[in-house]
Design a protein around this ligand. Sequence first.
Ligand code: ASP
Ligand code: MG
Length: 403
Amino acid sequence: MPLVVQKFGGTSVADAERIQAVADHVARTRRAGSDVVVVVSAMGKTTDELVRLAGEVSSTQPPRELDVLLSSGERISMSLLCMALADLGVEGVSFTGSQAGIVTDTEHTRAKILEVRGDRLREVLARGGVPVVAGFQGVSTARDITTLGRGGSDTTAVALAAALGADECEIYTDVTGVFSADPRVVPEAHRLARVSFEEMLEVAATGGRVLALRSVEFARNHHVPLHVRSSFTWEPGTRVDEEDPAMEQAVVTAVTHDTSEAKVTVAGVPDRPGLAALLFRALADRGVNVDMIVQNTSAHGTTDISFTVPSGDLPTSTEVAESLVGELGAAGVSSDAGVARVSLVGAGMKTHPGVTALMFETLAGAGINIEMISTSSIRISCMVRAERVDEAVRLLHAAFGLG
Ligand code: ASP
Ligand code: MG
C-alpha cells in the first residue's frame, strides 16, 4: 500500500471547520487505499500568540520552558483532528514529537533532528489507523521537549516521510503551490508544476516563503519527493523532486524577492590579511548569519566591506562592527535597513550565458541601481532599494518571459 505523509499548516487547521475539512480529506485518502501519516501545525496564529504571551510574562524566558510552551500549540491541533477523524469512522491516533520518537539535539528553540524512531507510528499504520503527529517538536537527548525553529512542521513531515519510506510528502498550505514570482506582486505569475530540489532550495533561501529552507534540504538529502498544494482548493500543486535529466531546463524558473535583510558597511578598512576574518569571526560567534558580502578593491590601501544580515540581526551586527572599529583601524560603520534583494533562479542558467547581462540591462533600463550582487550556479541576486523591489520583480518576470 502506498504511504503518504500529509502536513497541514496553521491556516489549514485554523478553526473547527477547517479541521473537519482536513479530517475529511485524510479519510478520503485513506479510503482510496493509501496509508496516511498526518503532521499538523498549531492552529492559525497560535504560535505567535504563545511567543507574545511569553514576552509579557518574562524577559528571560528560559529556553527549556519556552519550548514546552510553544510545543503545546501543535498538541491542540493533533487531538482535535483525531476527534474529527473519529466522527468519520477513522482511527486517528495523536502523538507528540516525543511520542513519535523524534529525537533531537539539545539546542532549544532551534533543535536539529538526530533520529526518528517511529515504531509507534508503524504499529498504528499496521492496524489501519492514521497517526497524527504534532509538528515542529521532538525530545532531546537530555529528554527535554525541544522545538525545531519557526516553520519547523515542514521539517517534521519530511523527516517522518524519510524515516517511514513514504512515497510522497504532501505539504498543504493556503496557496496552490510555488509560483514564478509572488502573485501579490506579479498578478500574471504562474504556478510551477515541477521544480528541482536545487531550485527550490534557492527559492526558499531568497524569499519564497512557501517551504521552510531546512525541510527542503532534508528532502533533497533523503530523496523525499514533495508536493506543495492547497488545502482550500485541493487541486494538484507544485512537485519538488530530483532534477529530470531528460527534461530541457528553463533558463529562469522564478523571480524571488526578500525585504527582510539589512546592509552593514564598514568603511576604510586597511587592506591587510586577517581583518575580514576578525570581523566575520566576531559576527559568527554572536550567531549572526551573514548573507552577501562585498569588498571593494582597495584605493590608497583601504577598502569598504559591506554585508547583509537578517533585519533582526542588524542591532547585534552594528554593535559587533562598531566594537571592532579600533582593532580594525576602520573609518566607521553605517547601516542601511532600506535594501531588498531580487533574485533569479533557474537550473538552465548553468548552460545559458547572458542571463546576468539581461538582468542588469533590465534593472538599468528602469534606472534601478544595483548595490550588491551575489551568485550561485543557478541563482543571481541583486540588492536594490527596498522601495523599487516590486518594480524590479515585475520587470524581470516580464523580461525573462515568465508571464
Ligand atoms: N507552529 C510553528 C510556527 O508557527 C511551526 C509551524 O507552523 O511549522 O512556526
Ligand atoms: Mg509554515
